[in-house]
Design a binder for this molecule. Structure first.
Ligand SMILES: NC(=O)C1=CN([C@@H]2O[C@H](COP(=O)(O)OP(=O)(O)OC[C@H]3O[C@@H](n4cnc5c(N)ncnc54)[C@H](OP(=O)(O)O)[C@@H]3O)[C@@H](O)[C@H]2O)C=CC1
Ligand SMILES: Nc1nc(=O)c2c([nH]1)NC[C@@H]1CN(c3ccc(C(=O)N[C@@H](CCC(=O)O)C(=O)O)cc3)C=[N+]21
Length: 314
């Protein structure tokens, strides 16, 4: 068997057309929408993601404001900046990029976000709603993993509920941003779920877990962690990892996943590549959540949400 490579870019384009329609409808309804992204310090992955969001937001005509703060920013200053964004009615969605510098508590910053503007569902209220199966916002990376999987199941004629009910989903990596939300979404679909972290690797049990997976979701941030010996024949493998690798000869940086795709292809049923798999869908989903947040804001306070002049409207 040679696995099917799932085309995330094509999925992202479909989704982008939906979001473009939603943005037009917002404008027609006179509802303002504004995404604010916050980066503290320098990180290649965060900068790459933010750059992609900026480009697609411009393409969709969705106002975007960037806040780039130095790595020396104190937690107090960052919390003050978040407060300003919370209080600004022209900002309807806020994304604080990870990683934050080590001297800043990510949990404190996420807790300081206005829950209605927390488009990644990292505030405890939104994370709780997600865990209870009643999300306000579905975090974009996990949402993209299951969007890609659901659509792929449709494309091969699998009945979604039947597939999930008979499947074991194993999630490698359990960050609050990616791994844990993915577990919640797998629960919601009625799958059996297993979650492993770095201890599974350290204790030599990673393969024992992953080889039982019908669906293997990998979000560890370790290039090439998963090889064919970790994969059950006929499994569906979703590679979330985005890891910058510098070519020692040319100096060029390219992104690689957590899965050794070439090695896994002959064994799996379907695999998402990196680049071109989950990543492009994540970008669009985040903007989709931004649109949802604008609608939520308008419903909460109909008169206060209108686009302001300071926005760079593309
Ligand atoms: N494609 C996309 O759209 C996105 C991709 N990413 C990428 O996904 C990856 C994960 O991101 P994120 O969740 O934020 O990362 P974090 O570093 O926050 O979390 C990584 C998780 O993986 C676990 N882990 C680390 N090493 C191993 C190992 N050897 N074996 C098993 N588990 C391991 C960690 O375990 P422990 O808890 O024990 O430390 C932790 O739970 C990164 O490459 C990131 O760039 C992130 C967001 C979006
Ligand atoms: N709070 C927070 N949330 C995040 O979701 C988050 C974050 N911080 N910090 C950084 C990581 C990284 N990340 C990416 C998502 C998509 C692509 C993406 O679309 N990549 C393309 C292009 C890759 C390339 O440049 O070759 C692809 O996979 O095809 C990249 C990177 C989100 N992250």
């Amino acid at each position: 068997m040679t696995a099917q490579l799932i085309d995330g870019r094509a999925r992202a384009e479909h989704l982008k057309a939906d979001v473009a329609r939603e943005v037009k409808q917002l404008t027609a309804d006179g509802i303002g929408c504004g995404l604010a992204t916050v980066i503290v310090g320098e990180d290649y992955r965060a900068a790459a993601y933010e750059g992609r969001l900026a480009r697609i937001a411009a393409e969709l005509g969705l106002p975007h404001r960037r806040l780039v703060l130095p790595a020396t920013t104190t937690q107090t200053d960052l919390l003050a900046q978040v407060r300003l964004l919370n209080d600004d009615p022209s900002v309807t969605g806020i994304l604080v990029l990870r990683p934050l510098p080590a001297h800043i508590s990510e949990a404190e910053v996420f807790r300081s976000l206005s829950p209605m503007k927390d488009i990644e569902a990292v505030h405890p209220e939104n994370a709780g709603l997600l865990a209870l199966g009643t999300p306000r916002y579905v975090p974009s990376t996990a949402a993209s993993v299951f969007h890609v999987l659901d659509e792929w199941l449709d494309s091969v004629g699998e009945d979604r509920p039947a597939f999930y009910h008979r499947s074991l989903v194993v999630v490698v990596g359990r960050s609050n941003n990616v791994g844990k939300p993915a577990v919640s979404l797998a629960y919601e679909r009625g799958a059996a779920v297993e979650s492993v972290d770095e201890w599974a690797s350290r204790t030599g049990r990673l393969g024992w877990h992953t080889r039982r997976a019908d669906v293997l979701i990998v979000a560890a941030g370790v290039p090439g962690l998963i090889r064919s010996e970790h994969v059950r024949a006929g499994a569906v493998v979703l590679d979330v990892g985005i890891n910058p690798m510098r070519d020692s000869n040319t100096g060029a940086v390219r992104m690689v996943g957590d899965v050794d795709t070439e090695d896994v292809l002959p064994r799996a049923r379907a695999v998402t590549p990196v680049p071109g798999g989950i990543g492009p869908v994540t970008d669009v989903w985040l903007l989709r959540n931004t649109v949802t947040a604008a609608r939520n804001a308008a419903q909460a306070q109909p008169s206060s949400v209108s686009a302001e002049k300071e926005w760079s409207r593309p």
